[in-house]
Write a protein that binds this ligand. Structure first.
Ligand SMILES: C[S@@+](CC[C@H](N)C(=O)[O-])C[C@H]1O[C@@H](n2cnc3c(N)ncnc32)[C@H](O)[C@@H]1O
Length: 238
């Protein structure tokens, strides 16, 4: 039998992929590592299908290893009888708890088949929510910004875990970037905020990201010149 790592997307149940939904409907148990992923999964499966796994609130590596060993043992014993799913918000292979489960299963239960169903990651959903175009030919870096500490090398960056928006803003604007913040993008729970003012998102909310782009970047795009004409037409027609 198979353990499916299913990406649920950013938090709007309508953004679960068709394949993800099919898998959730077909498996015997859906394990969820958190309250938000559980509530998205519950839009697609009955509560009786949801399996609970215990995770301590700790960064202690020994406690974490022990919790993942227990979780993998539980998932593997169920998977010997039936297909099961482990859901994560976004994509299972992007900054996700699924990596811990996969490594632990690979080591202690290598006989268990694993399959990943990708999900819409905040890493791509941000572009639509913040109205950013990542043009062909450009680079885009992903990093964390916990506590406001970020590297300022790339021209364009997505920052996850923005726990201190004012500090992140200060570091980046001083280093020559324009910065936008996005909170709870495409998420059913809580208020969605898109802003370039860090004081709008200065309270700590784990589901906050930032997009930073070096000021004055050149855009070498064949269709860029249409922008000028397009804007003029829209202005004439209003
Ligand atoms: C541990 S990472 C999980 C990423 C997830 N696996 C994915 O692919 O989107 C969590 C971080 O992703 C960002 N994030 C995830 N979902 C988000 C959303 N709907 N809106 C804004 N930020 C989000 C936040 O910065 C959060 O701190």
């Amino acid at each position: 039998m198979t353990v499916y790592g299913v990406g649920l997307g950013p938090g709007d149940a309508d953004l679960v992929t068709v394949k993800g939904r099919r898998v959730l409907e077909s498996v015997a148990t859906v394990y969820s590592p958190g309250r938000l992923s559980r509530s998205v999964a519950l839009e697609h499966v009955a509560e009786s299908k949801i399996g609970d796994l215990e995770f301590p609130m700790t960064r202690d590596p020994d406690e974490l290893r022990s919790a993942w060993k227990d979780a993998a043992t539980e998932v593997a014993s169920e998977a010997r009888e039936d297909d099961v799913a482990f859901v994560t918000l976004g994509d299972p292979n992007v900054y996700s708890t699924f990596g811990h489960l996969r490594r632990t299963l690979d080591t202690f239960h290598p006989e268990i088949e694993l399959e990943v169903v990708p999900g819409v990651s905040a890493m791509t959903a941000f572009a639509t929510a913040l109205d950013v175009e990542v043009e062909a030919g450009t680079g885009l870096a992903l990093q964390e910004a916990e506590g406001g500490s970020v590297s300022t090398d790339p021209d364009r960056m997505i920052l996850f875990k923005v726990t201190d928006a004012p500090a992140t803003y200060e570091t980046l604007t001083e280093a020559g970037y324009d910065v936008q913040f996005g909170r709870r993008l495409f998420m059913q729970q809580g208020e969605t905020v898109v802003t370039d003012d860090p004081s709008d998102v200065d309270d700590r909310d784990y589901y906050t990201l930032a997009y930073a782009e070096r000021r004055g970047l050149e855009r070498d795009l064949a269709t860029a010149e249409f922008d000028v004409e397009g804007t003029a037409k829209r202005e004439e027609s209003t």
